[in-house]
Design a protein around this ligand. Structure first.
Ligand SMILES: [Zn+2]
Length: 97
């Protein structure tokens, strides 16, 4: 009997996690699986880290600590001359950075 209660709770957690994850632009099925397998921790997992990282990235760009590579759109150091992600030469882009 208890197994059905746990299963029910995890399905509900899966649906909540799916809604949250889908809201963040992820695959709803991935969020659902996280909630289904991890229960309440799945919800925390999809709700917290991604939002935090996005917010940190946005602030870093806003405060001039980081900027976006014009070629691959990855975060890089503001004074980088070669993008560490795509190896593009950024020197010719410095003027309108
Ligand atoms: Zn790049």
């Amino acid at each position: 009997m208890i197994i059905w209660i746990i299963l029910f709770i995890n399905v509900v957690c899966g649906l909540i996690a799916a809604a949250i994850y889908h809201d963040k632009g992820g695959e709803a099925l991935t969020g659902f699986m996280a909630g289904l397998i991890l229960g309440i921790f799945g919800i925390i997992l999809v709700a917290l880290p991604k939002a935090d990282q996005k917010e940190l990235d946005r602030r870093a760009v806003e405060w001039g600590q980081k900027r976006l590579c014009p070629f691959c759109k990855e975060l890089i150091q503001p004074d980088a001359i070669v993008c560490p992600h795509c190896r593009s030469d950024l020197r010719k882009d410095m003027s309108h950075a």
